[in-house]
Write a protein that binds this ligand. Structure first.
Ligand SMILES: C[S@@+](CC[C@H](N)C(=O)[O-])C[C@H]1O[C@@H](n2cnc3c(N)ncnc32)[C@H](O)[C@@H]1O
Length: 270
């Protein structure tokens, strides 16, 4: 457990071991991810059944996790995976090579296909993945990305952020900025899905240890309300799955809904 403050820029991102992270989290589809996918496929499937036009998607802090991008794949003509850690960028870039993404991601795609809207996608997901996904180095707390996100705001009409804002710093102020940066990127009305570790004490990716901010449902709700309250929609809930993927946290929280169209003046800066 970390008692001291660790800001985002102080954490050893260049030592983030993608292969160890994937081996520990995503070689097998775990119960918590299966529950997340069951909620996310109904959220996105329900939205796109009524809004079938192609959109542009973004996954913020994609790391070495492809299933948020797979969840957006059937409806996206472009998906940007923003990522900060060099080895995760290399991992993601490898997944775009001609033989495309690794076999372990098939079970995540099959879980998505339990929703009819995904089952009706007739193409080859690997081919679509290679066609539409691009990987971009980014620090979401840096002002140049804030500007990029704002510039393209009308363009990003679906977005995901999984285990990033609370898993990159011990500081609540940086957690809130991370959430704000993600939500500020999205066009009014855009459906979004985010996941958070609850009361995390930090985590390993290989030998390196990474900081986490201690958040629960109320902090997640407060951070998102300015962007999805009022004219948007917002659901925040703890997963029911009791199984933990590692020690040092108390559960997982998902937050999903649609971005509101309130004036930028009223919402927190990123
Ligand atoms: C716990 S991992 C989550 C990765 C992945 N989204 C997942 O669901 O497994 C935290 C991720 O946040 C990324 N990250 C940390 N600081 C960041 C920053 N300032 N900007 C963008 N991404 C950042 C890390 O590189 C890492 O990929």
């Amino acid at each position: 457990m970390l008692d001291e403050v660790v800001l985002n820029e102080q954490a050893p991102w260049s030592e983030f071991d993608s292969d160890a992270y994937v081996a520990g989290n995503y070689h097998e589809l775990q119960a918590a991810d299966a529950e997340i996918i069951s909620i996310m496929r109904d959220h996105f499937g329900g939205y796109f059944a009524e809004h079938p036009d192609p959109v542009i998607g973004v996954d913020v802090g994609a790391g070495a996790n492809l299933y948020p991008a797979l969840a957006m794949l059937p409806w996206c003509k472009e998906i940007t995976l923003f990522e900060h850690a060099p080895r995760n960028l290399a991992y993601l870039t490898r997944q775009l090579e001609p033989e495309s993404y690794d076999k372990n991601w098939d079970q995540f795609w099959e879980a998505l296909r339990e929703n009819r809207e995904y089952a009706e996608f007739k193409g080859d997901p690997r081919e679509r993945f290679r066609e539409v996904v691009r990987v971009a180095p980014a620090n979401i707390l840096a002002s140049d990305l804030g500007e990029q996100l704002r510039e393209k705001r009308e363009a990003w009409s679906v977005g995901t952020m999984f285990f990033v804002a609370e898993s990159m710093t011990t500081e609540e102020e940086e957690f809130r900025r991370g959430v704000a940066c993600f939500m500020r990127a999205l066009a009014p009305g855009a459906p979004f899905f985010a996941a958070f570790m609850e009361h995390s004490e930090g985590y390993h990716a290989g030998d390196a240890f990474f900081p986490a901010c201690d958040v629960g449902e109320s902090e997640v709700l407060e951070s998102l309300e300015p962007f999805a309250g009022k004219s948007g929609t917002l659901h925040v809930r703890r997963l029911r799955t009791p199984v933990k993927v590692r020690a040092g946290y108390s559960g997982m929280i998902v937050a999903y809904g649609r971005r509101n169209s309130d004036s930028d003046d009223d919402i927190p800066e990123c």
